[in-house]
Design a protein around this ligand. Structure first.
Ligand code: CA
Ligand code: ZN
Length: 293
């Protein structure tokens, strides 16, 4: 099986980027990924103020998917996520929601053993591997620290093994790129990071009919999630709900007031992250409601 190395790192999602690897439609392949600090944090003595921020949130790619044309809708299946043997978490002044209460930088190295994150001698958490950064080449050049309609740094904890993520391709071959794995992360990503970790992911890309909404869609076992990123929560929720209504109207052939009511009674609105340059939310539409698959 093809393995795409993490030396193929990009720091911008941009249609001008040259493809670094190519795969066929429906081919399974592995992608190796750097952690979000590009390996600059190796021990507890590596502190945040001393790292190069321009190397943050590298994504491996772009991966050219043969047979994909601009405007095509693609589905990226997450088949597996394998993590390195340790992850890192840093806190530092100004970082995350309570950054004003942090007085000095501090780095924590977190070993991963047998599917447990060893947070301390007494605190062991079950790992829930997820992908922080995933997307396709963007028409305007966008830093890999940003989330957006192209995907990028969305930090959606439901982008995990078994999930599918849908995007509209902006360029021939789509230019898929992926990075920023987390061993654990809670909704909000409050301190500014999950357990940041390198690793590799097994993917398969197919061409699908699509949903006629121009934002990433995440499919889990029970839900289709509309992912919306904006400068604040209110704007992100508004954008996500407008698109969820559009999705419901299309699937169910109903008017806008009914779609609006259905969002209100059956679609949870959840925070993904509130610490990146734009915040991200998801509107979770039950597949049973849409009679989807
Ligand atoms: Ca991230
Ligand atoms: Zn991350």
């Amino acid at each position: 099986m093809k393995v795409i190395g993490k030396n193929n790192a990009i720091f911008y999602f941009d249609v001008q980027n040259k493809p670094r690897a190519s795969v066929k439609l429906n081919e399974e392949f592995w992608v190796k990924t750097n952690d979000c600090y590009f390996g600059q944090i190796q021990s507890k003595d590596d502190l945040r103020p001393n790292i190069d921020d321009t190397l943050k949130n590298a994504a491996t790619g772009p991966i050219f998917v043969e047979g994909v044309q601009p405007g095509d809708f693609i589905c990226i299946e997450i088949l597996d996520i394998q993590l390195n043997s340790y992850g890192v978490m840093i806190t530092s002044p100004g970082h995350g929601i309570l950054g004003d209460l942090i007085t000095e930088p501090d780095t924590k190295i977190i070993p991963i053993k047998k599917n447990k994150a060893i947070f301390s001698d007494k605190i062991h958490l079950t790992v829930e591997p997820m992908i922080g950064v995933i997307g396709v080449s963007s028409i305007s050049r966008i830093r890999s620290t940003f989330p957006g309609d192209h995907g990028g740094n969305m930090d959606v904890k439901d982008i995990k093994s078994g999930s599918k993520v849908y995007f509209t391709a902006n360029v021939e071959g789509a230019g898929v790129a992926v990075g920023d794995l987390h061993a654990c992360m809670a909704d909000g990503e409050i301190s500014g990071s999950g357990i940041e970790i390198a690793g590799r992911v097994k993917l398969r890309v197919s061409k699908v009919q699509g949903f006629n909404v121009n934002v990433p869609i995440v499919e889990t076992e029970k839900e289709l999630m509309v992912i919306a990123s904006e400068e604040n929560l209110e704007k992100a929720i508004r954008k996500g709900v407008i698109l969820a209504c559009k999705l419901l109207q299309e699937f169910l052939d109903i008017n806008f007031p009914d779609a609006y009511r259905l969002v209100s009674i059956s679609c949870d609105v959840k925070i993904c992250q509130v610490v990146n340059p734009l915040v991200t939310i998801r509107v979770c539409v039950p597949k049973s409601l849409l009679k989807f698959k």
